[in-house]
Design a protein around this ligand. Structure first.
Ligand code: APR
Length: 250
């Protein structure tokens, strides 16, 4: 079923839900001015200094030219400086306050869900404002942008650090993905918001939820690779549609 507004039926299903799990992608931050990766909204495929995102954010480049990887992430941190969460982020934080069992799984590394007040957030791809030591593996906040030093040095052992994000060619942090899968298979309602659903294993979560009996609701201005399994596709922007779930029925 394809809809363009949130019906009373969806609001009551939301109000009745015992367990709600949400998967978000870059589209939920588009209305805050953060470009998406693969289009939709108003952005094209990203390249920087003539290199595509997939190369700049790769384990391969981290091994051969870590300074450039840090320059690339510092460029993105610069773009995020001053960016605020939008009504879509705030609605999800309010959803969490209202639901008895709520899990927010995000592919985004921009930290905007937390900035909007979300608490139970599983960051599948890490966080752009955190660094991880290559020597002792401890993680620490690294919010200075532009970077004071490249690479930033570990606060614990002084070793060189890398961005605490999942790069192309790397596996997701095991514990985090296992908890996301668990929340997906436990859900009554599973929302897929602002993702093209082409990057795995994240894109497998709505399929796991569906198999476990969840009702899958997609929110996106465009049909995506996951629309064929969605029970409902809400065609539109997250910042406009997500707050509608909070309004009174009728
Ligand atoms: N509201 C909801 N969805 C939107 C909006 C909006 N305002 N604007 C755009 N979209 C949708 C687009 O139609 C598109 O389907 O958001 C989706 C963004 O898709 P991608 O750019 O592919 O981003 P995402 O799915 O998050 O990418 C997954 O790929 O590059 C890697 O690690 C990176 O986490 C990222 C992963």
């Amino acid at each position: 079923m394809v809809l363009t507004t949130v019906t009373d039926e969806l609001i009551s299903a939301f109000d009745r839900a015992r367990s709600v799990t949400v998967l978000t992608g870059a589209g939920v931050s588009a209305e805050s001015g953060v470009p998406t990766f693969r289009g939709g909204g108003d952005s094209e495929i990203w390249t920087w200094r003539g290199k595509p995102v997939t190369e700049l954010s790769s384990a391969e480049l981290m091994a051969t030219d870590p300074k450039l990887v840090w320059e690339w992430f510092d460029h993105r941190r610069g773009m995020l400086t001053g960016i605020q969460p939008n009504p879509g982020h705030f609605a999800l934080a309010e959803w969490e306050r209202r639901a008895s069992d709520f899990t927010l799984v995000t592919q985004n590394i921009d930290d905007l869900h937390r900035a909007a007040g979300s608490l139970n957030v599983l960051e599948l791809h890490g966080n752009i404002w955190r660094a991880r030591c290559l020597r002792c593996a401890s993680t620490f906040e690294a919010r200075d942008t532009p970077l004071e030093e490249n690479p930033p040095l570990c606060l614990a052992c002084g070793g060189p650090a890398r961005p605490d994000v999942v790069l192309f060619g790397e596996i997701l942090p095991e514990g985090v993905f296992a908890r996301a899968e668990e929340a997906a298979t436990r859900a009554d309602l599973f929302f897929v918001i602002g993702t093209s659903a082409v990057v795995y294993p994240a894109a497998g979560l709505p399929i796991a939820a569906k198999r476990s009996g969840a009702r899958v609701i997609e929110v996106n201005p465009e049909m995506t690779d996951i629309s064929f399994i969605a029970d409902v596709t809400l065609l539109g922007r997250a910042g406009e549609l997500l707050p509608q779930f909070l309004k009174q029925r009728g």
